[in-house]
Write a protein that binds this ligand. Structure first.
Ligand code: HEM
Length: 456
């Protein structure tokens, strides 16, 4: 791959002890002195995805580093893709109001400087139509490695918007998959904003500031909040089934990462350094999972749930041996195990988050967890209709994958998983969206400018 994408963006300063557990540095510490402000202003445009950390002291440092707790975009890729995954996220989609083209451009004009400011830990630019600068909810917090990543859904490049530009080559609506139980409230969207940070209040602040800039030009379509606790020491985090999730992910900086993630050279100029995001809201059927035996759980995945080791032997990072059979002559990694099916697919970058909304689904929502057998020793209980006013549990995974081409990387695998994956019997796909993620804005541009305005 050419361009600044060659930069060793994932490399971290060896002095930085742990990129996922930064200590807090407050805005006061960063901006409390004139010298601090000048230093911060001068630091704009530093290359690479450096993720800074605060000092070990709880008290604000006397001379804070201007890059503390910040993700510094490299000017070629948007941040929030190859950036070390932060622990909290809000993923939101907005629909643009008529006049579509003008409002879309206005939206990105407003959001681009907002994102730049918040990622630096500065207050956002003044809100339009209001005499209020900022909600202030994150005043005492640093940027906490905040990233704001933007994308555009297929409708944006359709006739309705009338942009008259070349659409991203590989942007297309996803097909329907077998067994999908999509809730129309959680499908599609014109403009995506993915907000990630190591502090939930910083995330809440950023989405609120983004929303404050849309009245009259766009409507929020859906929002999803997620979390992912980093166990530290480079270990793999767990999903809500308790599985180590992310073992086989490509690593930023590795030889295949660029090929897997970044848009091809045949894409329109605005997609250079860009990617595609597929998001699936996947409800995980916890009662069904929690009343399955360890053997059933491991077989559904093809790995040991606790250690992450393949059932063919070894430890977490041992390659899968799909040919190895047990004493009974059957493959140790079952033919319908999740990792067997997924391993044969074209690789993808997964950057998913757990979500847990508690009793959030209406009692009328279909819950196929009745009728399962309880293992011996389970206390007697029923799975009848939920009590009036109560809902069903809604927790699972905001499955997010960044790919060069959804149609060859995501779609064929999802077709196979929906048909044959044993893990899939514990899942319901309830939300779905796909977005083209443009490359980073050049100086003075808004994000997506070349993609949305270049003449064909
Ligand atoms: C809630 C739903 C899902 C759960 C709980 C889940 C869980 C897991 C786990 C625990 C692993 C093994 C560790 C690892 O390599 O990360 C894995 C691997 C993988 N999963 Fe999923 N997954 C889910 C949905 C999906 C979907 C929808 C796709 C894509 C369509 C997918 C694609 C993959 C891939 C490509 C691998 C790596 C396989 C390999 O090369 O070994 N997963 N998943």
């Amino acid at each position: 791959m050419d361009g600044p994408g060659e930069q060793p963006q994932a490399e971290q300063d060896p002095e930085v002890p742990d990129i996922r557990r930064p200590r807090r540095v407050t805005r006061r510490a960063l901006f409390g002195t004139a010298a601090g402000v000048a230093a911060v202003a001068g630091a704009a445009g530093v290359g690479g995805y450096a993720v800074g950390n605060a000092t070990a002291d709880d008290a604000p440092p006397a001379e804070p580093s201007p890059t503390v707790g910040r993700v510094t975009p490299d000017g070629f890729h948007q941040p929030g893709i190859s950036t070390a995954q932060q622990q909290y996220a809000c993923i939101a989609a907005f629909d643009v109001m008529a006049p579509l083209r003008d409002n879309l451009i206005e939206l990105m004009r407003r959001w681009t400087p907002l994102a730049t400011a918040l990622m630096r830990g500065e207050p956002g630019p003044e809100r339009p139509n209001r005499d209020v600068a900022d909600s202030g909810v994150a005043d005492d917090l640093g940027p906490a490695n905040l990233t704001m990543t933007f994308g555009f859904g297929p409708r944006v490049f359709g006739e309705e918007f009338g942009l008259g530009v070349t659409a991203p080559t590989r942007l297309a609506e996803l097909p329907a998959f077998e067994g999908d139980q999509l809730d129309p409230r959680w499908v599609g969207g014109d403009v995506l904003v993915q907000i990630c940070a190591d502090d939930p209040t910083v995330v809440a602040h950023a989405i609120r500031e983004a929303r404050a800039r849309v009245p009259g030009i766009a409507n929020a379509r859906w929002t999803h909040y997620g979390f992912l606790t980093d166990p530290g020491d480079g270990r793999t985090p767990r999903n809500l089934f308790g599985q180590l999730d992310g073992t086989a992910n490509p690593r930023p900086g590795s030889s295949d990462f660029d090929e897997i993630v970044w848009a091809g050279a045949d894409e329109p100029d605005g997609m250079r350094g860009g990617s595609y995001l597929v998001l699936r809201k996947i409800r995980m059927l916890m009662p069904m999972w929690d009343t399955s035996t360890a053997a059933e759980q491991n077989a559904a995945l093809g790995r040991d749930r606790h250690t992450g080791a393949p059932l063919s032997g070894g430890t977490e990072h041992t390659p899968l041996d799909l040919t190895r059979t047990g004493d009974d002559g059957r493959p140790l990694i079952a033919m319908d195990a999740h990792v067997r099916l997924a391993h044969g697919a074209v690789p993808m970058l997964r950057r998913s988050y757990n979500y847990d909304n508690g009793l959030a689904l209406p009692a009328s929502a279909g819950v196929p967890d009745e009728g399962h057998t309880h293992p011996p020793g389970t206390a007697p209980h029923e799975h009848g209709p939920a009590r009036p006013g109560m809902g069903h549990w809604d927790s699972g995974m905001l499955f997010m994958t960044y790919v060069r081409d959804p149609s060859t990387q995501y779609v064929p695998l999802q077709v196979a998983l929906s048909r044959a994956d044993r893990l899939h019997s514990f899942l319901q796909h309830t939300g779905s969206a796909v977005f083209a993620i443009p490359g980073a804005a050049h100086d003075g541009e808004f994000v997506g400018q070349r993609l949305l305005t270049a003449a064909t």
